[in-house]
Ligand binder design. Sequence first.
Ligand SMILES: [Zn+2]
Length: 318
Amino acid sequence: MKYIGVDLGGTNIVVGVTDREGNVLKTYTRPTIATRKTEEIFDDIIDMCKTLIEEYNLDASSLKGIGMGIPGEVDSKKGVINYSNNIPMKDFNVLAYMQRLCKEVNFDIEFYFANDADCAALGELVAGAGKGCSNLVILTLGTGVGGGIIIDNKIYSGFYAGGAELGHQTVVHNGEPCTCGNKGCLEAYASATALIRDAKRAASQNPSSLLNTLTENNLDNMTAKVVFDAKDQNDSVAIKLVDDYIEYLAVGVANLINIFKPEVLLLSGGISLQGEKLTKPLEEKVITKVFGNKLLTKIDIATLGNDAGLIGAAMLSR
Ligand SMILES: [Zn+2]
């Protein structure tokens, strides 16, 4: 049995075929060109799916289904994209549109839809750092903070469309402003953007900090990696920044563990590349915050990187 996954991103469309274990056998990539008509984007997707179906000689007996990861609010049951922000789409009936593919290949196909972050969570569960687990929470630490929740091997998406907004839990009442309009969200403290904001403030207040040297005295060069690098070189300002960063992250992680008690909580995104330099101190802080001060959840780094979304999308039909 084969599985086709579609990872629709703001920059690229990736369509791939996997086996039952989520191993990627082949992918095709085309630029999304998000400004064009939604129909044109899905014409490309239909075309790419058709190519894979022909290449692997797939038919109703050998293709389990096609799963799609959509950035934004998708009604999985109706197959309707309610709204997407970084690819302008609104009230688009993707299930109806994809039926054209069935006509072109001459067999019926089951289609599945989910939010892209939820797909990444499912991908890690089936083929990544969550393999063998049934309950998983993933937090993506990038420009923003995203996430996904898997309960008993299934994506948990609540009663209305959209992904799990784990980054928009409040960790500081009336805290830093967040992109969502609220104040004090986890995203406003644990995203790379937040760390860079704090590092710029700290660097300008502490001219002798390595943060200034490493950015060649141009704070526009500040990155999350610079902060961690300066910490590794024992810069006291960077040590404090990283410690504060992990403290806020620990508040968010402890909340998620108290609520969901997952077997594994994974971190992905740019900042997760710090590996154990992030997870070890995070664990120590989380233990002091979780109920009963007992940490049974494993805190680990996601392993699939950019493939997680595609694999998870393919596995929607498993
Ligand atoms: Zn927010």
